[in-house]
Design a protein around this ligand. Structure first.
Ligand code: PMP
Length: 323
C-alpha cells in the first residue's frame, strides 16, 4: 500500500514475493525513516488460522509512525493487510502443536527520492511472511545475559519506544560485546544512571518474587511489548500478582543471591518466554536460579502459548480470526 501526500493511502496490492527496486537516493537509505512490526499466525486444533492481537501491533505501528514523522496507517488497514497475506499463504501456516507459526513482518519505508533532510512525501507499507519453527527446538533453556554499560539503546526523548530499524542498528555492537563476554543476550540499562534495568535486545524482562511478577515500567526508552502486556493479565489469570516497577542492577544481584528473586524471564513474540539463568556485568556475575527453567516462567509460557495456538480458551478476546 502506498501513501502519497495529498492523496493518502492507495493502491493496495497482493503480489508474489519479489525484490524491490530502490532508487539510490531513496530517502530511507539515507535518513532511516523506517518502522516495523512482528506478529505470528498460528493454526488452531480445528485447522483454522488466527493471529494474536494484530490490533495491538497496529496501534504500536501508529505510535512508531508518529515518532518517525511518518503517516499513521489506520488500524483496520494494517489488520486487513495481514489478514489478506495470511489467507493467501494459509498453506504455509504449520500444523497445530509444537510452537511453529507463520511469522509476519509488516513494515513501512519512505518512498521519496531526494537528499533533503525532512519527512518524505511518499511511503510504502509492506507485509511479508515466513514460516518460523520453534525458538527452542531442543526444549526451553535459560539464557545468559550481559548488562551493557558501555552502550545505551535509547535515551529520554529519543525513539526507544518506537519499533524502528535504527534502534536495532544501535544494538548490534552491544550484542556482539555480549557474545564476546560469553553471554547469549544483552540487557539494556537506563541511559542516565546506568542503574535501572530496561529490556533485553529484542524482549522485555520480568522478575519473579514467589507469586509476584514485576516488569520494568514503560519509561519511554523501552519497547511496549505485546507479550509483556499480555502477561500482566495472564499472570493474574493464574493467580499471581503482576505489576510494573523499577528494578536496579544492585537489587537484581542482591535478591538473586538471597533467593528472594526466584526467577527472571524475558518475553517477546519470537520466543514467547525465555528463562534467564546467568547474569554478567563489569561489577561481577551471578547465577539466577538453579540452571533450570523456573516453575512460574514455564506456567506462564504454557498459558500464553495455549491461548495463542487455540489450545486454551481465550477469555481476553486476543485471538483474531482472519477476515
Ligand atoms: N523489546 C524489543 C527491543 C523488541 O524488539 C521486542 C520484539 N518486538 C520486544 C521488546 C517484545 O515485543 P513483543 O512482545 O511485542 O514482541
Amino acid at each position: 500500500i502506498r501513501w502519497t501526500e495529498g492523496r493518502g493511502w492507495h493502491d493496495a496490492q497482493l503480489t508474489p514475493y519479489a525484490p524491490l527496486s530502490i532508487d539510490p537516493a531513496n530517502m530511507t537509505l539515507h535518513y532511516a525513516q523506517e518502522i516495523f512490526e512482528g506478529l505470528k499466525a498460528y493454526r488452531r486444533p480445528d485447522g483454522s488460522v488466527v493471529t494474536f492481537r494484530p490490533d495491538a501491533n497496529a496501534e504500536r505501528f501508529r505510535t512508531s509512525a508518529r515518532r518517525l514523522a511518518m503517516p499513521e496507517l489506520p488500524v483496520e488497514t494494517f489488520v486487513a493487510a495481514c489478514d489478506a497475506l495470511v489467507q493467501q499463504d494459509k498453506a504455509w501456516v504449520p500444523a497445530h502443536g509444537g510452537e511453529s507459526s507463520l511469522y509476519l513482518r509488516p513494515f513501512m519505508i519512505a518512498a521519496e527520492v531526494g537528499l533533503g533532510v525532512r519527512p518524505a512525501n511518499e511511503y510504502l507499507f509492506i507485509v511479508i511472511a515466513s514460516p518460523a519453527g520453534p525458538y527452542f527446538p531442543g526444549g526451553v533453556k535459560p539464557v545468559s545475559v550481559w548488562l551493557s554499560e558501555d552502550y545505551v539503546r535509547a535515551v529520554p526523548g529519543g525513539m526507544g519506544f518506537a519499533k524502528t530499524g535504527g534502534n536495532y542498528a544501535a544494538s548490534l555492537l552491544a550484542q556482539a560485546e555480549a557474545a564476546r563476554k560469553g553471554c547469549d543476550q544483552v540487557v539494556w540499562l537506563d541511559a542516565l544512571e546506568h542503574k535501572w534495568v530496561e529490556e533485553m535486545g529484542g524482549m522485555n524482562l520480568y522478575f519473579v518474587y514467589g507469586d509476584r511478577i514485576v516488569t520494568p515500567e514503560l519509561t519511554g526508552s523501552l519497547l511496549a511489548g505485546i507479550t509483556r502486556d499480555s502477561l500482566l493479565s495472564v499472570a493474574k489469570d493464574l493467580g499471581y500478582t503482576s505489576e510494573e516497577g523499577r528494578i536496579s542492577t544492585e537489587q537484581w544481584r542482591r535478591d538473586a543471591e538471597s533467593g528472594a528473586l526466584t526467577e527472571v524471564f524475558a518475553c517477546g513474540t519470537a520466543a514467547v518466554i525465555t528463562p534467564v539463568g546467568f547474569v554478567k556485568s563489569t561489577g561481577g556475575e551471578w547465577a539466577q536460579g538453579d540452571g533450570e527453567p523456573g516453575k512460574v516462567t514455564m506456567a506462564l509460557r504454557k498459558a500464553l502459548l495455549d491461548i495463542q495456538t487455540g489450545a486454551a480458551e481465550d477469555v481476553h478476546g486476543w485471538t483474531h480470526e482472519l477476515a
